[in-house]
Write a new protein. Structure first.
Length: 266
């Protein structure tokens, strides 16, 4: 049995400003994605100008932050009576210091950013999505490490030797599900996608593979991850979480993209 190290979520105090590890993990993820995107831009089959990478990063950062916060507010932020807090307290969306970000909301925000960027630059939106998909897992990895530092999003009780006792999770050892997600959504997805995208692929193929890999990884981890207390399980006592529900359309869309990529006429 392991014990969570109970790390102080505040990395450093700068006067009245508290710099949190979670925010630093986001910054590290954006920097890592930018650095890897510059490397991908130099690959012969990509032919992306370096300045376009920096411009795209700005749009992606805005999409992640705005979409992630809005998504959490609409998908997860319910009160004890199961009512959406936003409906009677719209200002909750701006209280980011209270925490709460949603991957699926962030993904929607990034997709919107892709469309705006594609419209402004007069390029196909899938050219952008296929280029960016292999570097996104770096941000997913650092984000899950931020969850681990905060001691949040732990899993169900377990008797496995790597079960971990979390400060706010009770006395029983639990699945360190945020580390499972860091390994699957971060390291494994990065390795597969970066290898897959290192050679020319049909348009939509890289994006489709990203959606399929993420949705499968998320659903797998959700089977041992404790759902948000304000939501619980959507069906039954231990079946179907909000994360599973939001990931299902991703799997369908990703599969369709892969089929279209390899079957449509050029």
């Amino acid at each position: 049995m392991l014990i969570h190290p109970d790390i102080d979520p505040v990395a450093i105090h700068l006067g009245p400003l508290a710099v949190r590890w979670y925010g630093l993990m986001y910054l590290l993820g954006f920097w890592g994605a930018w650095w890897l995107a510059l490397r991908r831009a130099r690959m012969p089959h990509n032919n992306w100008p370096a300045e376009r990478v920096g411009d795209l990063l700005f749009y992606v950062v805005m999409g992640v932050i705005l979409g992630g916060r809005i998504g959490y507010t609409l998908f997860y932020n319910f009160d004890d009576q199961g009512q959406l807090i936003f409906l009677h307290d719209p200002m909750v969306i701006f209280r980011i210091w209270e925490g709460g970000m949603s991957f699926h909301g962030g993904l929607i925000g990034v997709i919107v950013a892709y469309f705006i960027f594609a419209w402004q630059r007069k390029i196909n939106v899938f050219e952008i999505a296929d280029f960016a998909a292999p570097v996104i897992p770096i941000g997913l990895f650092t984000g899950r490490i931020g969850n681990f530092i905060n001691g949040e999003l732990w899993g169900a009780p377990t008797t496995l030797p790597w079960g971990m006792v979390f400060k706010h999770g009770g006395p029983l050892p639990r699945h360190p599900s945020m580390l499972y997600e860091a390994a699957l959504e971060g390291l494994l997805m990065f390795a597969v996608l970066y290898w897959f995208a290192s050679k020319p692929r049909p348009r939509m193929a890289v994006s489709g593979l990203f959606l399929v890999l993420y949705s499968c990884s998320r659903v797998l981890v959700e089977t041992v991850r404790t759902p948000d207390v304000q939501l619980g399980y959507l069906f039954g006592t231990n079946w179907i979480t909000m994360g599973m529900t939001l990931s299902a359309p991703m799997f369908v869309a990703g599969t369709c993209f892969l089929v279209l990529a390899y079957t449509r006429r050029r």
